[in-house]
Design a protein around this ligand. Structure first.
Ligand SMILES: [Zn+2]
Length: 536
């Protein structure tokens, strides 16, 4: 009996000791994991460019002779062509490592994830090339480079990386890099991988884009010629081609153009085409890489507008550069909005290349028509410029998690803060303002509201409208410029909590893709100060 009791006690004690040792090891392992996790998050959130500031202040001075240079370099990804299943249907989510048949060749499928609608959209072929298109403007004392990428967006750290690669000999005072926001190109932000929270960015492709963007600047500088700038506008013609999917209904649908003509021989060097619409006319079912309607717009301005094989109106030649404006809140050629074929008059509603083509051709017809009678022609100008690096708070929990997990490959500057950038500049009668994300048009053109049901009790903060504060005669807005921080939403329209604005029964789309409610007030306040200073 005693022996049995002793034995049982020994077993219990022994088990207890085992348990104690096990818990100790488990505790240490958990602690180690937590430390590793913190170190990992910390390295993901490390400032990639400590101390970096793009800040510049250049006063206009005496007008100098204008020059312009253009370049277009492809940034098309490598995509196995027309990846289909046994029934010849486009395959949606092939796995990495799966073999494919591309024409006669066999290979291993390395998916290119298309950004913009949802996760797990592997590209299935190339419809048209993506580009880094650059216009360089110079007046003898200041040289500006404006680069547009056919991309969903490009973050400030990546932009700084491109700037560092531009050769010093190019002599560029300031480089602006914007994205068209195509929803039919590779992920460059990290949000559209195979699964949520799995980055869709291919590092080699990102590197290729950076190399090409920097090269496009150097090439545009080499192509520089003394130029005459023909400025034209069509403020109303393109209104029927955009839908506003969130109240209040305010658009940024004016078309603005600069045609740069060689002063010596009259040859067209290129053109800058500015409008505001999400490049997503092809919508979410398309799996072919394309720049969407800008492809047809640019090509028609350069080479002419065709009906089938017949040339209807000649193009102007040169390199056309398309830049997007205030596309937030949300400017889109929605799948419910029909686009008219400019020749047959056929209404095309269903998203398709035919629809994107009709839209691009319509835009080109408006552009070519406006360019025939320029509102003003200049060949000398003074250039004044103010650039500010800003630190913005990241309030969005998903963005915080994404950054900590390295899905959004962007460093932070301080606890949950990120670096971004604003610029304002005047070139003679031309005024420009750049914003780092998708601004709601009411911030730019006026009409910010304070509807019942809003989350904060404030009255409109982002007043007066940015365009009203710009002093030039022709006012260009470049959005997604030098960053892509998502939607820039007026604070008095911020609406996450019930009751909702405009008698909605649910929260509107937008806030989940915004840094937070303070973004718009901070950007507007800075723009106001900068535009005031620029006008002095
Ligand atoms: Zn967008």
């Amino acid at each position: 009996m005693i022996m049995k009791m002793l034995k049982e006690r020994f077993i219990i004690k022994n088990n207890y000791n085992h348990m104690k040792a096990f818990l100790k090891i488990l505790g240490s392992l958990i602690l180690l994991l937590i430390i590793l996790l913190i170190l990992w998050c910390n390295s993901n959130m490390k400032d990639r460019n400590p101390g970096y500031k793009a800040d510049l202040k250049i006063k206009g001075g005496t007008p100098g002779t204008l020059s312009a240079g253009f370049a277009a370099l492809p940034v098309t990804p490598q995509v196995p062509d027309r990846w289909t299943d046994e029934n010849n249907n486009a395959k949606y989510e092939p796995d990495k490592g799966e073999t494919f048949t591309d024409g006669n060749a066999n290979g291993v499928f390395d998916p290119v994830w298309i950004a913009g609608f949802g996760n797990g959209r592997a590209a299935n072929g190339i419809h048209d090339d993506l580009w880094a298109r650059t216009m360089v403007i110079d007046n003898g004392s200041t040289r500006l480079a404006i680069v547009v990428l056919d991309a969903i967006g490009f973050m400030n750290d990546d932009i700084i990386d491109v700037r560092k690669r531009i050769p010093a000999e190019a002599g560029v005072t300031y480089t602006i890099i914007t994205s068209t926001h195509t929803h039919e190109g590779p992920d460059l932000l990290g949000l559209w991988g195979k699964y949520p929270f799995k980055s869709g960015v291919n590092k080699e492709y990102m590197e290729y884009v950076k190399v090409q963007a920097a090269r496009s600047v150097a090439e545009a500088v080499k192509n520089m010629r003394p130029a005459r700038f023909e400025i034209s506008e069509d403020i109303t013609g393109a209104i029927p081609m955009v839908k506003d999917t969130r109240k209040p209904e305010v658009f940024d649908s004016g078309l603005r153009f600069i045609k740069a003509v060689d002063r010596d021989n009259g040859k067209i060097l290129g053109s800058l085409l500015s409008w505001a619409d999400h490049c997503e006319t092809l919508w979410s079912d398309n799996l072919l890489i394309t720049s969407d309607f800008p492809h047809y717009f640019r090509e028609s301005v350069e080479k002419g507008v065709y009906r089938g094989d017949s040339l209807i109106i000649s193009g102007i030649g040169g390199v056309a550069v398309y830049i997007n404006g205030a596309i937030g809140g949300l400017m889109t050629t929605h799948q419910s909005l029909a686009i008219k074929d400019p020749f047959s008059g056929k209404e095309i509603k269903e998203p398709s290349f035919e629809k994107a083509g009709a839209q691009g051709k319509q835009l080109a017809l408006l552009a070519l028509n406006a360019m025939n009678t320029p509102a003003e022609v200049i060949d000398t100008a003074s250039i004044s410029l103010i650039v500010r690096t800003l630190i913005l708070p990241v309030d969005n929990v998903l963005f915080r998690l994404g950054t900590a997990a390295g899905v959004i490959n962007s460093g932070t500057t301080g606890w949950m803060k990120m670096r971004s950038e604003l610029a304002v500049f005047n070139i003679g009668p031309l005024s420009f303002a750049t914003l780092p994300g998708e601004a709601y048009p009411e911030i730019i053109n006026g009409g910010v509201e304070a509807p019942a049901g809003r989350d904060f009790g404030n009255q409109p903060v982002e007043v007066p409208p940015v365009r009203d504060m710009m002093t030039g005669k022709y006012k260009f807005i470049f959005c997604l410029a030098n960053d892509e921080i998502g939607y820039i939403i007026p604070k008095s329209q911020w609406d996450v909590k019930a009751p909702y604005t405009y008698e909605r029964t649910d929260s509107p789309y937008g806030e989940e893709n915004s840094l937070g409610p303070e973004t718009a007030p901070i950007l507007h306040r800075n723009l106001k100060e900068m535009l005031f200073e620029l006008a002095q």
